[in-house]
Design a protein around this ligand. Structure first.
Ligand code: AHN
Ligand code: ZN
Length: 339
C-alpha cells in the first residue's frame, strides 16, 4: 500500500497543533492519520462501462462456458486472442481436472501479463467457466447456467482493464497479471467431500503448479459476480482474515470515487472461492470482491445465482463501472507512490 508520508506528517502536525492549543481532538480530526484519509489518488484512465458490458455480452453469446464443450473452447480462444490484441503476454496452462462426480475436464487457466519483467506485480482474477447445472433453478435444474454475472461479469471487467491500459497514454509502471481461472463452478458443497466442495479446481491447480515457479504478487483481487444491478459488496470473510490491508485499500479507494453504495463498510460472510487456494497455497494476499446479500439471511448470493436466469438482462453497466474504475485507481495508485 502506498503511504503518503507528507499527508501523514501534516495530519500529525495538525493533531499536535490542536492538542497544543487545548482544542479537543474530535474523532474526525484523529481519523486523518488513518489510511482511509491518506490514500493518494494518482491520475487514472477512465473505465468504459459500455465496453465492459460488450465484453460480458460476447462471452455469453458463445453459450454456457461449460468445460468439455465447444463454447468453452471458443471462449478460451477468444480470451487469449483479446489479451494478445491488447499487447499482453499470454500464458495458457492446460490441465485435466477431476470433478467431485468423477468427470475429467479439459480445462485451462489463462494468464495475461502486462510488464512481465516488473518485480512489483498485482494479480486481478476471475473465473471464466460457467456452471454445468442450474441447481438453484426452480424447474430447469439440469440445464447449464448462462453465467452472465457468475463468471462473465468479472472477466468482462478484466478485459476492459486490459483495453484501457493498452489505449492509455499514461502507462502504469507496475506488473499486472490478469488471471482467468477455469473450472471454478463444477462444485456441490452438499455432495463433494473435499474442503472446497468440488469448487475452485482451476485455482487449486494453479496454486499448486504456478505458471512461473514460485510466482508471487504484491497482492491480488478476485472478482466474482460483479455485474448485477444494485450489487452489494460487503467485506468477504476470508479477505478480511487473510488480506485486510488490501480490503482497506480497495474499499477506501471505492469510497473516494463515490462507490460506497456498492462497497459496503460492513462485514460479509466467508465464501469458499478462488482466492482461498491463492492465500493458502500460493501464500500471497488475495481478496474477493463478491456480491453477497445484506439484510437477507435466507439466501447468500444474487437473485439469479445458479439459475437459468443469470442472463444479460440482469447485468448493469453502473456496477461494472464501480468495480472497474476502483480497480484501475488501485492499480495506478500502487504504480505511482506519492512521496
Ligand atoms: C460456495 O457456494 C461455497 N461457493 C461459491 C463459489 C462460487 C460459485 N462462486 C461462483 N459460483
Ligand atoms: Zn457459481
Amino acid at each position: 500500500m502506498t503511504i503518503n508520508s507528507s499527508l501523514i506528517f501534516r495530519s500529525l502536525a495538525l493533531i499536535t497543533l490542536l492538542a497544543g492549543i487545548g482544542l479537543s481532538c474530535t474523532t474526525k480530526d484523529s481519523s486523518e492519520s488513518t489510511s482511509e484519509q491518506t490514500t493518494a489518488m494518482a491520475p487514472a484512465p477512465t473505465f468504459n462501462a459500455d465496453s465492459a458490458y460488450t465484453f460480458v455480452e460476447k462471452q455469453v453469446a458463445f453459450g454456457p462456458r461449460v468445460p468439455n464443450t465447444t463454447a468453452h473452447t471458443q471462449t478460451g480462444d477468444y480470451l487469449v486472442e483479446t489479451l494478445k490484441e491488447y499487447g499482453f503476454t499470454v500464458t495458457e496452462q492446460p490441465f485435466v481436472a477431476t470433478t467431485y462426480d468423477g468427470k475429467k475436464l479439459n480445462a485451462r487457466n489463462i494468464i495475461g501479463s502486462y510488464n512481465p519483467q516488473a518485480g512489483k506485480r498485482i494479480m486481478l482474477a476471475a473465473h471464466w467457466d460457467s456452471r454445468p447445472f442450474a441447481d438453484e433453478d426452480s424447474t430447469r435444474k439440469t440445464q447449464p447456467v448462462p453465467g452472465a454475472n457468475d463468471g462473465a461479469s468479472g472477466v468482462g471487467v478484466l478485459l476492459e482493464i486490459a483495453r484501457v491500459i493498452h489505449a492509455a497514454s499514461n502507462k502504469p509502471d507496475i506488473g499486472l497479471d490478469l488471471m482467468f481461472f477455469d473450472a471454478e463452478d463444477w462444485g456441490n458443497s452438499e455432495v463433494a467431500s473435499d474442503e472446497f466442495g468440488g469448487f475452485c479446481l482451476g485455482s487449486r491447480y494453479w496454486a499448486e503448479n504456478r505458471h512461473i515457479p514460485n510466482y508471487t504478487a504484491y497482492f491480488g483481487v478476485l472478482l466474482d459476480m460483479v455485474g448485477a444491478k444494485g450489487a452489494t459488496f460487503p467485506k468477504e470473510g476470508y479477505s478480511t482474515r487473510n488480506a485486510n490491508e488490501v480490503v482497506r485499500t480497495v474499499w477506501n479507494t471505492a469510497s473516494k470515487l463515490g462507490y460506497s453504495n456498492y462497497f459496503l463498510d460492513q462485514q460479509g460472510p466467508a465464501i469458499t472461492d478462488d482466492h482461498v487456494p491463492v492465500n493458502q497455497i500460493a501464500k500471497f494476499p488475495m481478496i474477493d470482491i463478491i456480491h453477497t446479500r445484506v439484510n437477507d439471511l435466507s439466501r447468500t448470493f444474487f437473485d439469479h445465482w445458479h439459475t437459468t436466469g443469470d442472463t444479460m438482462e440482469n447485468i448493469d453497466r453502473n456496477t461494472l463501472k464501480a468495480v472497474g474504475q476502483t480497480l484501475l485507481q488501485v492499480l495506478y495508485n500502487e504504480a505511482q507512490p506519492v512521496m
